[in-house]
Design a protein around this ligand. Structure first.
Ligand SMILES: C[S@@+](CC[C@H](N)C(=O)[O-])C[C@H]1O[C@@H](n2cnc3c(N)ncnc32)[C@H](O)[C@@H]1O
Length: 207
């Protein structure tokens, strides 16, 4: 498993595809829990940043049945993998997967009702630049939902120091996430945690 740890940041090649399959299965309970914190209307236009293997895009498209879901990832191999997972929905023009980075998505301003980011902020080169870009592409009153299974709370990062180093994870304390969101122009920041686990979900709104 340790040889796979550096694949979570930017899955590529054969090992990357294996990690994509693992994440599509393994992140399901976390993603289900995270998505309970946001109301998704059927006509929503949604962007899943760092979409990885594309399963979340697929699930979001079930909920936004008359809307459209976009996935973006900076790994060309994940884009290809996500396209396969969402082949039918892409053919129906209900899903689009694009290669690109969260800091510069290439989408128009005021375009999305919701941006989701599952297990990905840890790897963004600049958290604040990414948040500013997400705010730009969200419609006014649009929401960002970040869902994470790791937390920096003074205990988790010490217990899991080896894994964090191997996977090149950069954890940010929840209060710092809140403050960075506010500095990037978001409002109404809500932080949800799951009792007895490190899981957390952060919901914020573009004013
Ligand atoms: C741990 S995986 C999570 C994938 C998926 N969200 C899930 O929950 O299964 C992190 C993903 O974020 C992508 N990623 C990391 N930094 C990125 C960035 N700056 N821009 C776009 N994608 C990024 C990686 O390529 C990878 O597919």
């Amino acid at each position: 498993m340790s040889g796979l740890m550096d694949q979570f940041r930017r899955p590529m090649g054969r090992r990357g595809r294996l990690v994509a399959a693992l994440m599509n299965r393994g992140h399901k309970p976390l993603t289900s829990w995270g998505l309970t914190h946001v109301h998704i209307k059927p006509d929503y236009v949604i962007l899943d940043v760092g979409c990885g293997g594309g399963k979340t895009v697929n699930r979001l498209a079930q909920q936004a049945a008359s809307g459209k879901v976009f996935g973006i990832d900076y790994s060309a191999d994940m884009v290809e993998y996500s396209k396969k997972v969402n082949k039918k929905l892409i053919a129906e023009n209900r899903v689009e997967i694009v290669e690109g980075s969260v800091e510069k998505t290439g989408f128009s301003n005021d375009f999305f009702d919701l941006v989701t980011a599952i297990e990905t902020y840890y790897f963004w080169p600049s958290f604040s630049d990414a948040l500013r870009e997400i705010r730009l592409v969200l419609k006014p009153a649009g929401k960002l939902l970040m869902v994470n299974e790791m937390v920096k709370d003074g205990v988790y990062e010490i217990k899991h120091a080896k894994m964090i180093e191997q996977a090149h994870v950069r954890l940010i304390p929840l209060e710092e996430i809140r403050n960075t969101l506010l500095s990037a122009g978001f409002a109404d920041v809500q932080i949800f945690t799951k009792a007895g686990s490190p899981w957390n979900a952060v919901l914020a709104q573009k004013p």
